[in-house]
Every structure is written in C-alpha cells, then in structure tokens.
Design a protein around this ligand. Structure first.
Ligand SMILES: C[S@@+](CC[C@H](N)C(=O)[O-])C[C@H]1O[C@@H](n2cnc3c(N)ncnc32)[C@H](O)[C@@H]1O
Length: 232
C-alpha cells in the first residue's frame, strides 16, 4: 500500500529533507513516518508518541506497507524518545504550540543537535515563535498551507542565532511568521486578513459589553501593519 500525504504533511516531509534518520514525535497514525520511507526521504524513522495506543496505529500501518523493519516505535514524552544526535531531523506536527515549546525546552540536548526541526503547531504559533526567538533557534523556513478548508503554519528551525525581524515588522507580533513575510508567502495576506476579521469580530463583541481589550487592539494594529506592508 502506498501512503498518500495531504498537503499539510506533504509540506512537512519536504521541509524535513532527505536524511538518514528522521524522528516523527507525536506520530499517532504514522502516515508521515511510513511515507518518508516510501518516498526515499529517510533510511530509518523513529516514531515517538506518548500514547502506546497511538503507536499501535503506526505499527499496523508500517506492517501493512512492509516497512516495519525501518520504523522504530518508541513510547515516550516528547524528545525523551531520542538520544542527542540520534535523529538528523525532527518533526513535531499537530500539537499545540505551547506543548511543542515545552517539548523542545525539556529535550534541549536533543533539539540543539538536530539539523532540522520542523514544527506545525495547532494553535499558539506566537508562543512557539517567541520561545524559538528567545531560546536561540534560527527560523530558516516557513510555509503556510491551505488544506481541507484550514490554514496551517509550518516552521523549520535550527539551533543558532535568531535572524533579525524584517524592517517594519510590528514588534512582538509573532502569530504570523516573519520568514513567511520575507519570502512573500502567497498565503500570508489571506491568513492575515482572516485573523484581522476574527479579531474585529471579537472586538465588536467586547465593545458591545463596554470594553476594548488592549491585547486585541495591539494585535489588530499589528495585522493592519503587516497587511499594509504586503499590499505595498
Ligand atoms: C493530533 S495527533 C498528530 C498526529 C500527526 N503528527 C499529525 O500531525 O497528523 C497528536 C499526537 O501527539 C501525541 N502527543 C501528545 N503529547 C505528546 C508528548 N508530550 N509526547 C509525544 N507525543 C505526544 C498524541 O498522543 C497524538 O498521537
């Protein structure tokens, strides 16, 4: 059986690059782990998950696809599944950004030695980027993917000096990616407009109740700035 990846995970596979050993942490169904082997992007994949039941799904899929001898299944919390330097590239996909920051922080020795860390946060992208900038990770690539009616942000980071924010970028605003902006990702404008519409709706609701939350106003101002920069 051949595993077809939807655009979100297909882009994650591209960003992981060809490597001898790739770790898919929070692997769950194992689709990405198996596809990486089928596509010749890795010689061996370590599939980690905190849930043994999740990894049973990955085991079944790997067996069905005849790659079980090259998928190493490990039940563990985050990067505790790995020894430092064991995996050249690490993926964390489909978890919240705060959980990802916690996993990278607790598994620092492993994270710092990976050549590529690919992150696809399900929410809290700002908190995750803040962690990366403050902890000394350089964001090398970002992508926005529209898949099945939803936008997803992907980040490729590596241990190193964080790149300076682009000129004009609103200070402290990291819900959207400065690197996606520098690369003029075509989906950045529609995603910024979607966020702005959502915030405007929230602000109208708050104003009806007689207040205007400062955080919301700051986010709206940041989005206005980014949209103006993109429309220049
Ligand atoms: C929504 S699934 C994402 C599956 C796949 N990565 C994807 O993007 O389609 C999240 C998975 O992360 C696992 N998970 C949650 N917390 C974890 C942790 N601390 N360490 C490892 N895996 C974790 C869950 O058990 C679950 O299987």
């Amino acid at each position: 059986m051949h595993v077809h990846l939807r655009p979100r995970l297909a882009r994650a596979a591209d960003m992981l690059g060809p490597c001898a050993v790739i770790a898919d942490i929070g692997s769950d169904h194992g689709r990405l782990a198996v596809a990486l082997l089928q596509q010749g992007r890795a010689e061996r994949v370590i599939a980690g998950d905190i849930s043994a039941a999740s990894l049973e799904k990955a085991r079944s899929l790997a067996t069905l696809c005849g790659v079980e001898d090259r998928v190493d299944l490990r039940v563990a919390d985050g990067l505790a599944a790995l020894a430092p330097g064991e995996a050249e590239a690490i993926l964390l996909a489909g978890m919240g950004g705060l959980l990802m920051a916690r996993i990278l922080s607790e598994g620092e020795a492993v994270a710092r030695t990976a050549k590529r860390i690919v992150l696809q946060p399900q929410g809290n992208a700002a908190e995750l980027r803040t962690f990366l900038y403050e902890s000394g990770y350089a964001i090398e690539e970002e992508a926005i993917i529209f898949d099945n009616g939803r936008y997803y942000q992907l980040i490729r980071a590596v241990n190193g000096q964080p790149h300076p924010l682009p000129r004009g970028w609103p200070e402290g605003y990291l819900e959207l990616g400065p690197v996606a902006y520098e690369d003029r990702d075509p989906l950045l404008l529609p995603l910024a407009q979607k966020y702005r519409a959502g915030h405007q709706k929230r602000l109208r609701r708050a104003q009806r109740d007689g207040y205007a939350p400062a955080l919301l106003l700051r986010a709206l101002a940041a989005l206005d700035t980014i949209i103006a920069l993109l429309e220049e």
